[in-house]
Design a protein around this ligand. Structure first.
Ligand code: ZN
Length: 140
């Protein structure tokens, strides 16, 4: 049996700058040019002021676990041998939330409020996935 292929992001014109930055080891989000509100996931319109103009802003990559789930049934065969595994909503220092696998954290270790930081997991075709892990400063 062959190893299942990991589902991969398919960058669009809207999301391509996010993925290009990730491949360079930077975490970015859209910042509205009208009201400066950051937003993630990428959208063409600001949810606060409806402005259609934006820039990309680099984020710290630091935050904490806002919430999490422990997955006991893989939604795709790629994860079948990893169950149970943790998926968390990360609240970044900038106030944005992102969803991430937590491959270095076991279900027994995960807790709301743990400090985390981003790292980038390169895939085989120039794509890198932002994945969060416990902050090094708290790991001893
Ligand atoms: Zn706005």
């Amino acid at each position: 049996m062959t190893t299942p292929t990991r589902p991969r992001p398919k960058p669009t014109p809207l999301t391509e700058p996010f993925w290009r930055a990730a491949a360079e080891g930077r975490l970015v989000a859209q910042r509205c040019r009208g009201c400066n509100t950051l937003r993630h996931y990428p959208r063409p319109m600001c949810p606060e002021c409806h402005d259609m103009r934006w820039d990309w802003s680099e984020l710290s990559g630091r935050g904490e676990i806002h919430s999490y789930v422990v997955t006991h049934r893989a939604f795709h065969p790629f994860w079948a041998d990893r169950i149970p595994y943790v998926v968390a909503t990360i609240e970044l220092e900038e106030g944005l939330r992102m969803v991430s696998e937590m491959p270095e954290l076991t279900p027994d270790e995960v807790a709301i409020g743990l400090p985390v930081e981003v790292r980038f997991e390169p895939l085989d075709d120039g794509i890198a996935l932002p994945v969060f892990r416990l902050s090094k400063s708290r790991r001893g």
